[in-house]
Design a protein around this ligand. Structure first.
Ligand SMILES: [Zn+2]
Length: 227
């Protein structure tokens, strides 16, 4: 007859574990660790964890509420002491899990499509100026980069530049609520002009459209001919 064993409560398991930890500590005091013994122990516990994955993770989960703060502090310290390894870890993590994460995002989107779209729509309506500026800046940067130009301007720089603009640089008419400033690139992006503050010109929409991707010198002679 096998001996009837009672299932231990989590508290009893924890008491037992702490006793074991204490016994190990006392034993270690009498038998100081050497580099060889450390490597051997590490190898042993690695093997144990490999062979008892389920058990190890259940036990860790049960301990978590008690060790949460200590673990978080330890992890934070490790991250601060190993920034390079931390960075590499996330790079590898993203690479390894990119398909799984994309599938998860897709599934989440399909399940909550209406809620997600509604949220986006509401955010857009409440922050229209910011969203439009960001979208335009993204388009400009992308175009500049495709054409081989540089694109260091940030959303904020573009927004501040347009907010500060008072009149059209080409026809000199003042900006109003009806005649809003638009962002023109003095050297067009299509001619490798950079998407950067030094290349920004505020123009009214008609001037900006008629300039299009004309070279600035050519456009200057064109408007001086017209005036
Ligand atoms: Zn104008």
């Amino acid at each position: 007859m096998p001996k009837a064993t009672r299932v231990l409560t989590p508290e009893e398991i924890e008491v037992k574990r702490l006793k074991q930890v204490e016994a190990t500590r006392r034993w270690r005091e009498r038998h100081p660790a050497t580099p060889e013994s450390k490597a051997r122990d590490a190898q042993k516990s690695r093997l144990y964890r490999e062979e008892n994955k389920e058990k190890v993770s259940t036990a860790a989960k049960a301990r978590r509420p008690k060790t949460r703060e200590r673990d978080a502090a330890q992890q934070k310290a490790w991250r601060e002491n190993n920034p390079e390894r931390q960075k590499r870890y996330w790079q590898e993590y993203r690479k390894k899990n990119s398909e799984r994460n994309a599938a998860r995002d897709r599934k989440n989107y399909e399940a909550n499509r209406d809620a997600i779209l509604g949220q986006k729509r509401r955010y857009y309506l409440e922050n229209r100026e910011e969203c439009d500026a960001r979208k335009r800046n993204h388009t400009h940067r992308r175009r500049a980069i495709i054409r081989g130009g540089s694109a260091p301007a940030t959303d904020r720089e573009v927004r501040d530049f347009l907010r500060a603009a008072t009149h059209c640089e080409y026809c000199h008419r003042p900006f109003t609520r009806q005649r809003r400033p638009t962002l023109d690139h003095f050297m067009p992006l299509s001619l490798q002009g950079p998407h950067s503050l030094e290349n920004f010109v505020a123009a009214c929409k008609p001037c900006n459209s008629s300039k299009g991707s004309t070279h600035p010198v050519l456009f200057a002679s064109k408007i001086s001919g017209l005036i």
